[in-house]
Ligand binder design. Sequence first.
Ligand SMILES: NC(=O)C1=CN([C@@H]2O[C@H](COP(=O)(O)OP(=O)(O)OC[C@H]3O[C@@H](n4cnc5c(N)ncnc54)[C@H](O)[C@@H]3O)[C@@H](O)[C@H]2O)C=CC1
Ligand SMILES: CN(C=O)/C=C(\CC(=O)O)C(=O)O
Length: 487
Amino acid sequence: MQRFQCYIDGEFGDGEARFESIDPATGRAWAAMPEAREADVDRAVEAAHKALYAGAWPKLTATHRGKLLYKLADLVADNAGKLAELETRDTGKIIRETSAQIAYVADYYRYYAGIADKIEGSYLPIDKPDMDVWLRREPIGVVAMVVPWNSQLFLSAVKIGPALAAGCTMVVKASEDGPAPLLEFARLVHEAGFPAGVVNIITGFGPSCGAALSRHPKVDHIAFTGGPETARHVVRNSSENLASTSLELGGKSPFIVFADADLESAANAQVAGIFAATGQSCVAGSRLIVERSVKDRFLQILKAKAESIRVGSPLDMATEVGPLATQRQCDHVQALVARSLSAGAKLVTGGAAPEGAGFYYRPTILDCDGSASPSLDNEFFGPVLSVLSFEREDEALRLANDTRYGLAAGVFTQNLTRAHRLMKGIRAGIVWVNTYRAVSPIAPFGGFGLSGHGREGGMEAALDYTRTKTVWLRTSDDPIPDPFVMR
Ligand SMILES: NC(=O)C1=CN([C@@H]2O[C@H](COP(=O)(O)OP(=O)(O)OC[C@H]3O[C@@H](n4cnc5c(N)ncnc54)[C@H](O)[C@@H]3O)[C@@H](O)[C@H]2O)C=CC1
Ligand SMILES: CN(C=O)/C=C(\CC(=O)O)C(=O)O
């Protein structure tokens, strides 16, 4: 069995305990993982705290930090194949996607390498003649990063990249469901030459590791990706250390198709939106809202595409849908489909697990017109699409916004003015028009409502890892006048 280690204060070591990681394609244990508990968490946070204020890191210029990030980017690019294989093995995400995604993760580090020495303070045109006042942007401090299993190297890169650019130090908690790629990534951080304690990477369980980390008194900010229920725990934990939070929490994103859209192209985008990554994507376009006049035709195209998807081993380059990451996730998907069918949703295709081992579930489409299906407002995080239809544009917009979430949306139409109206009217942090699930290091993403707050990606994310310090410098040599009056 392969063994992995934690990375704390520049050293690799076994955690306080160990647990076995399950290969989702077989359901069998394949690797032994270090389990960090309270004492390891404490060591990691103390190391990050020490590295923030003492040693080489706070003395480095921003340009030097950028150089280290460039080195890390090159190492990620050079090791993308190995990292991809580990992510696929440990989480079941297909190799076709992990290979491409991790190669692109290198570009996220490159982008933030370039940003490191472009985080500028400012000079204030202050309303007092004998004062110079400016704002410095300083690192926000020690950051706790808590990530889930899906797209783990990607979801950590959008946190680690900007935090390093801003000069922060951090403890990254890899998900207990598939930590191998992040624990391996720690070796690249080490090789890149970051001073000890700047980046610490651990894994462990939510209640014993994630909770200890997010309420630790020396944590200044928590960057979390995961489900809303867990986010509530994280926010409650932050009431102890008063750390700020950024939350990226998934969604129930609408995918709107008008009759004038290129239906073939929209169907491909819908497949990308709900069946890619076996639907385990925070931006999954899980609610199809289609104009009634083309509903049957569009569903026919989609059904044919869903039924021809190659479901199989995630390590096979030809596979298009692999297993879900965990048995728990598989049970959740099955149970929610069953409840939706009981509530009146009609099965268009799928709705069952294929024969054999592993956490597989067939690409599934539920026609929810005329039903109050729970699939319409509960996140599956699996390959299940719920379908509704509309007649008028205002109805489409109402249905799109009929959700507690607000992460992403897709709009498919050839009508330019309509696209603009919807783009403004949809309550979501990302709107894709005639495309879906496109990302870039340059473009921020993040949500409204239950999808969380804070943005990842783009310059804004780097600024979010800073806090401002206001500096007042008196330029007069005269003695300070009346000390009893505020100046
Ligand atoms: N936005 C997204 O990308 C994701 C959304 N989800 C949604 O959440 C649902 C539940 O998935 P889970 O695997 O349970 O994700 P989760 O949200 O529980 O796990 C995410 C991370 O939070 C940590 N965690 C758990 N309890 C914690 C606590 N008390 N304090 C601090 N950290 C804690 C976990 O160890 C993991 O590293 C999914 O079915 C899906 O609907 C899940 C994963 C990612
Ligand atoms: C975050 N994201 C796009 O904006 C995409 C992801 C990662 C995730 O699910 O959190 C994806 O589609 O895999």
